[in-house]
Ligand binder design. Structure first.
Ligand SMILES: Cc1ncc(COP(=O)(O)O)c(C=O)c1O
Length: 278
């Protein structure tokens, strides 16, 4: 018999068209790849004795990690408060609240460094447990150990020429790229970020000044700056094919189309699209 948490991971890999293969992370329990990260960080903290039933977890997240943490906290008996940028999709906030988490909105310009600093202070004072997906090695590790292993198994030995993924915390691209390159040393990894000063939900430009410690730039061969309009174009194209995915999925897909890549291309579609409908 499966438990609820067994519904995290083991997502399908779909042949979208030609030689483009997408890992459909919207099939995770709360609808995003961040269930994997949330579970990995919580289990590691439990093992280290940092986290005990009844504790309060606080996290800075653009939403999806908050949803994953809220669901797992509901199951395991933790209190959760999440700090989100003020532009976070309402649908995500409603999900966090429904799982029993609480929300603090912060101006987009305070998101990341100032908030991370504040949460570190609060952890030092013993008020909260701060899992910190931007610095927590278990974030990239779960994608190295699991997401990438699943891809290798699902590709059934086919060569992978390109891996394309959006950059948020950098956990996904770092972990998956590292493992895939061990198998295919000539594979090229292409990261996607929104143009400086813009946001594609879940993704933010490194050129805005914050490089998450989880991100290992050595695992990436090229980074593309994408106009957020392109992510909408990609998302709408995929919807017409029957796949309603999120904007960061649209961004990765549109980048592959724009670059006219050849060979076998693997990408990640991090979440479902319902939460971004206006
Ligand atoms: C919708 C979405 N896509 C992509 C990402 C980027 O993933 P990562 O943080 O592993 O770089 C995130 C991260 O929050 C996300 O929420």
């Amino acid at each position: 018999m499966k438990t609820i948490l067994d519904l995290i991971g083991n997502t399908p890999l779909i042949n979208i068209e030609d030689n483009i293969f997408a890992k459909m992370e919207g099939f995770n329990l709360t609808g995003s790849i961040k269930d994997r990260t949330a579970l990995a960080m919580i289990e590691a903290a439990e093992k280290e004795g940092r986290l005990k039933k009844g504790d309060e977890i606080a996290e800075a997240t653009s939403g999806n990690t908050g949803i994953g943490l809220a669901m797992i906290s509901a199951i395991k008996g933790y209190h959760l408060s999440v700090i989100v940028p003020e532009t976070t999709a309402e649908e995500k906030l409603k999900m966090i609240l429904t799982y029993g988490g609480s929300i603090v909105k912060t101006p987009n310009e305070r998101f990341r460094e100032p908030i991370i600093k504040e949460l570190k202070e609060r952890e030092k004072n013993g008020e909260i447990v701060f899992l910190n997906q931007y610095e927590n090695e278990n974030n990239a590790k779960v994608h190295y150990d699991k997401t990438a292993e699943e891809i290798l198994c699902q590709m059934k030995g086919k060569e992978i020429n390109y891996f394309v993924a959006g950059i948020g915390t950098g956990g996904t691209i770092t972990g998956v790229s590292k493992k895939l390159k061990e198998h295919f040393p000539n594979m090229k990894t292409i990261g996607v970020q929104p143009m400086k000063g813009t946001i594609i939900e879940g993704l933010k430009s490194l050129k805005d000044g914050y490089i998450p410690p989880v991100l290992d730039l050595n695992t990436i061969d090229e980074i593309i700056d994408l106009d957020p309009e392109e992510s909408v174009k990609g998302r709408n194209y995929l919807a017409k094919k029957g796949l309603l995915v999120g904007l960061s999925s649209g961004a990765a897909f549109q980048t592959i189309k724009n670059l006219k890549l050849e060979g076998n291309i693997v990408t990640i579609f991090p979440d479902r699209g319902e939460r971004y409908l206006k």
